[in-house]
Design a protein around this ligand. Structure first.
Ligand SMILES: Cc1cc2nc3c(=O)[nH]c(=O)nc-3n(C[C@H](O)[C@H](O)[C@H](O)COP(=O)(O)OP(=O)(O)OC[C@H]3O[C@@H](n4cnc5c(N)ncnc54)[C@H](O)[C@@H]3O)c2cc1C
Length: 443
């Protein structure tokens, strides 16, 4: 590809950005994909890393490896920090340089979202979220370490708060975490300890809404809640968490002692709207036109979790399918413009359905008029997730691990690994001289 060919810059190699890059493989243009991590992450399976079922390497692939055969595409490790829409350039911090200006003819922003603590950012220190591989490994460390601490603790009165796990948020991630954690404590760890009984651990799921899985049909929410309760999860609905600190959470005036609180309640979009000085919705997502471009900038597209678009009077959800379909659409539109063909009809999301897994061998499925819960839905869930993993080696390895776990109850990665400077937990003496665990939340 000649150096004068148009340059399409994609920021973000997640679901939206990667789908756009792949769809541009035959476009007569240079494609530059920039991501602040070197890997494409399959976020729907993060909870399985947090629960020691899969290893980080089974749910993420180097972006460079995925796109290695795409001759028109270059991958750069770097973090976008600003966009100059007048000069048509994006500023990127790379490994050893800051604010490197990179010019573009077309720009696709697919920078996803992070956690939202709904105005309580102070909660993050005690209740890390689940968004990156570092988050998932930190959560795994925290969960496994709680059992180790309890086994080492001679005073049985201190076991209860160590073995109480609170999950904040009853959406798909909270439900999937709660189900997997319940199976971990009741089955996988059953015979591994001598002083404590892992099955005595409490898993508590808290949500301010009136049901779990609020975006699913009511009967599926009921089925998921019943399944969680059968697994031993305490589901507390209708109350938000008022406080979180190193000793636990306060819900509806009740203090629940816990050393492990995990936040799955909310997301906030990337700052792309600020970079562009564009109109955003209340959550901060960039309001895009029906062709996914930014008003006044037909050369800039925003896709995925960081874009806001209504369809049939309702905002599109922040899910992988929306991001992938939008990424492909933006790519097709740019390709047609560059090749002088008619642009496609406005973007329309095709909803293939929603799935959530609850423990082992049970899922809920909602697709059009189909509503299903149980083992069959779980088989569909497993097939869909395997299909969407980025590379075939991951599909084989995850499939084998799932079969092994299903048959034996054993998990793939029950390791406590602290990476220097990332998620190390340090013991800080408190006023009474006791050692308390202070989690330094990773980002
Ligand atoms: C725990 C969890 C479970 C989920 N489960 C499901 C599920 O079961 N089904 C489903 O459909 N959806 C699920 N989702 C939602 C789904 O993952 C998102 O909707 C989807 O990832 C959005 O795609 P995206 O391309 O917008 O962003 P992402 O996939 O998040 O990708 C954003 C990319 O941009 C990069 N990036 C961000 N900022 C910068 C920057 N400044 N510079 C450079 N690079 C940057 C990031 O490193 C990342 O690679 C889940 C999400 C989470 C967190």
């Amino acid at each position: 590809m000649g150096e004068h060919a148009p340059l399409i810059v994609i920021i973000g190699g997640g679901f939206g950005g990667l789908a756009a890059a792949k769809a541009l493989r035959k476009t007569p243009a240079r494609v530059l994909l920039i991501d602040r991590t070197n890997h494409h992450l399959f976020q729907p399976l993060l909870y399985q890393v947090a629960n020691a079922e899969l290893t980080p390497g089974q749910i993420a692939s180097p972006i460079r490896a995925i796109l290695r055969k795409q001759r028109n595409t270059t991958v750069i490790l770097g973090e976008a920090t600003a966009v100059d829409t007048e000069r048509r350039c994006v500023f990127v911090d790379s490994v050893d340089r800051e604010r490197v200006p990179i010019s573009y003819d077309y720009l696709i922003l697919a920078t996803g979202s992070g956690h939202s603590y709904f105005g309580h950012d102070e909660f993050e220190r005690f209740a890390p979220g689940l968004k990156s591989l570092a988050n998932a490994v930190a959560a795994r460390n925290k969960i496994l370490q709680a059992f180790e601490q309890a086994e080492a603790e001679e005073d049985p009165t201190r076991h209860a708060d160590l073995l109480t796990f609170v999950l904040v948020g009853g959406g798909p991630t909270g439900v999937e975490m709660a189900g997997a954690l319940a199976v971990l404590v009741r089955n996988t760890l059953r015979s591994d300890f001598r002083r404590i009984d892992p099955a005595s651990a409490r898993v508590i799921l808290v949500d301010g809404g009136s049901r779990v899985l609020g975006t699913f049909a009511e009967n599926l929410s009921r089925a998921a809640k019943a399944r969680l309760e059968r697994l031993g999860v305490q589901v507390r609905l209708g109350h938000v968490v008022d406080e979180i600190d190193a000793d636990g959470v306060v819900v509806a005036g009740e203090h629940i002692s816990s050393k492990t609180v995990i936040w799955t309640a909310g997301v906030s979009p990337s700052p792309a709207g600020k970079w562009l000085k564009a109109e955003t919705d209340r959550a901060g997502r960039v309001r895009v036109l029906k062709d996914l471009s930014v008003p006044g900038h037909p050369e800039i597209f925003v896709v995925g979790d960081t874009a806001s678009l209504d369809q049939d009077g309702r905002p599109l959800p922040g899910v992988a399918q929306v991001a992938m379909q939008q990424g492909r659409y933006a790519a097709r539109l740019i390709d047609r413009r560059l090749t002088g063909r008619a642009v496609p009809a406005p973007f329309r999301y095709f909803d293939k359905g929603n799935l959530a897994v609850v423990g082992r061998g049970f899922a809920v499925l909602q697709a059009g008029k189909v509503r299903l819960s149980g083992f069959l839905a779980w088989l569909v869930w497993a097939a869909v997730h395997l299909e969407f993993l980025a590379q075939s080696n991951l599909r084989v390895s995850v499939f084998v691990q799932w079969v092994w776990t299903y048959l034996t109850g054993q998990r793939g990665s029950r390791l406590i690994v602290h990476y220097p400077g990332s998620d190390r937990q340090k013991a800080e003496p408190d006023a009474a001289g006791d050692a308390r665990v202070a989690a330094v939340s990773p980002r």
